[in-house]
Write a protein that binds this ligand. Sequence first.
Ligand code: ZN
Length: 168
Amino acid sequence: MKAAPDTVVRIAYELRTEPEGQVMDSAAKDSPLSFLFGHNNVLDMFEKNLEGLIAGNQFNFVLTPEQGYGAYEEEAVILLDKSVFSHEGAVMEDMLFVGNIVPLQDQHGNPFQGRIVNLQDDKVTVDLNHPFAGKTLYFSGEVVEVREAHPVEIEHGHVHEHGDHSHH
Ligand code: ZN
């Protein structure tokens, strides 16, 4: 079966941000990435490059930053008061370290994440860019399995591994 809309595709892959660079993200053959094809679960161009492949096929493709996670935006690096990271009036110092991913909320209460890039007195510099923003993405790997999606998976728009439905 070929990877196409409404199939479940399982792949082993490695992601680099330089052609021969270190592996930044990966999934092994014995714990592959599964996704429901054609339901916006992965990047569009990632899917396009896998379309038509069958189990056992190797792949190797490159996505530009625009096809990936977008340009890196300097404006998305913001300065916050440490008091933003307070719980019951006390600053949660143990979560304030460079490199930590911290939960934030926009003015509508929607959650998003930022990465601490600098600490200074009572200020925290947080980078809201996706970790792969501005990066060229070098994917390589192998298709492990392609199967028809169950109607309920198509209805939900995501994969149910092992028929597991407990996530609802
Ligand atoms: Zn579901």
